[in-house]
Design a protein around this ligand. Sequence first.
Ligand code: CA
Length: 227
Amino acid sequence: MLPARVLVIEDDPAIGSELAEALTGNGYDAVLTVTGEEALAEAQRRAPDLVLLDLGLPDVDGVAVCRRIRAVYPHTVIVVLTARSQEFEVVVALDAGADDYLTKPFRLTELMARLRAHLRRQASAPEDRTLSVGRLRLDLAARRAYVRDVELPLRPKEFDLLSALATRAGEMVAREQLMEEVWDVNWFGSTKTLDVHVSALRRKLGEYGEDPSRITTLRGRGYRYET
Ligand code: CA
């Protein structure tokens, strides 16, 4: 069995590296991120089994991060880490889809025991990482896209781009962010390749019975997948 993929979202470098080290030492495949945006990009890239989420992040509200991850991954275990002063936020986070929480400072042995328990429960639940927007359905685990149950013939980057847009349906995704998430680069040059891929996606959506204008261009800024 592959090691469980754990995404750690923690801006305190001491706590973050301690967590990442402990997780790796316990056989998990752990990735540490320090901002909400970075974490969401990483979550989109590799479908975590488990997320450790610090609620107090420098850029975005931890609860919003929780909600976004939950919207895409109904079965990912989300454990919220919170400072005593933020305890009131725990209720909000649980309502936003978190499974559990720990108040800092916590003992690593307790954290590890809880993670094992959550993962055991998760393993006995049926696998479902699908997302539906309009007639489009994405199977994020299998990396396949369907319109009315007919599979779209997508290239890997086209799938990545479509899932980057569809997982944030209704929101604008900036060009730079798409370049970074899909092509893994901080892009300073031409982003023509992005437009070429969007054209290909629109054409394929149209050919397979979805409205190509689901993907809206926000000129010079980004794209939005319409709900
Ligand atoms: Ca923090």
